[in-house]
Design a protein around this ligand. Structure first.
Ligand code: SAM
Length: 236
């Protein structure tokens, strides 16, 4: 999979060189490209923002460097059609389902906004372009971050760990909270490891029973109880 990220803070994306995603990049599963939006702004100060039409506080990111950056990334000789992902608090909620869908795509481009966000015409323009595979505006949740970089890191990690071969044990994805199938509307229950007693707290007896059926049924009960307690909105 190819991943491009455009930001005015390219160093913010350095954590993508670490851990699970870093290994996927090193191993060639991910072809990662980070671009500095300012290199597509040609005035002396490499300006990427301007005052909002209609007035109001803050600055808006100009469509001009964005258009140039995105056209340069997916130029005429591009091999494939990228999906443009734009993190924004006003987008649709990012979910495990979206992560699953994007883990099957060949090419994702992330546009990281700052200030009051990106001029809306950028989204409109690339949604109409047949050489792009669509635009998805996604929100991490009901709060406001200072920029799209942290959101892009989150989305990329959620997507990359679902690509076959990236996780050492692919079965762990199947038991995750929100995994398709039995866990789709559930949170994973509590997990334990050795030692069996830690600071007067023992692990539940059933986990030592070796009885796979009883353990599976206990885990399902725990998942339901936790979902009901922490996320009643998911519980059916
Ligand atoms: N004025 C915008 C609004 O109220 O919708 C907020 C802009 S925010 C200060 C700057 C950038 O941070 C956004 O363009 C987006 O890239 C990112 N951002 C902030 N909150 C986010 C969230 N909940 N999910 C995804 N991205 C977010």
């Amino acid at each position: 999979m190819r991943i491009d990220i455009v930001s005015i803070f390219p160093d913010y994306l350095e954590p993508l060189r670490l851990s699970l995603v870093g290994k996927a990049v090193e191993g060639g599963v991910i072809d990662l490209h980070v671009h500095d939006l300012r290199s597509f702004a040609h005035d002396r100060h490499h300006t990427v923002d301007d005052t909002p039409y209609g007035g109001g506080p803050g600055m808006v990111m100009s469509p001009t460097p964005w258009g140039e950056a995105l056209d340069c990334i997916a130029g005429a000789d591009a091999a494939g059609r990228p999906v443009l992902i734009i993190p924004t608090p006003s987008g649709e909620r990012f979910t495990q389902q979206a992560a699953q869908q994007w883990s099957r795509d060949d090419w994702l481009v992330f546009a990281c906004g700052r200030y009051e966000g990106i001029d809306t015409r950028v989204m409109e323009h690339y949604a109409r372009r047949s050489d792009w595979a669509g635009v998805r505006e996604v929100s991490l949740g009901d709060y406001v971050l200072a920029g799209g970089e942290a959101a892009a890191l989150v989305v990329i990690e959620a997507v990359v760990r679902l690509i076959p071969g990236v996780l050492g044990n692919s079965a762990s994805v199947e038991d995750d909270s929100f995994a398709p199938g039995a866990m789709e509307q559930l949170l994973e229950g509590p997990v334990y490891t050795k030692p069996p007693v830690w600071r007067d707290l023992s692990i539940p007896e059933v986990l030592l029973s070796g009885h796979h059926g009883k353990i599976a049924s206990w885990r399902a009960d725990q998942a339901r109880a936790r979902t009901k307690a922490h996320r009643p909105d998911l519980f059916r």
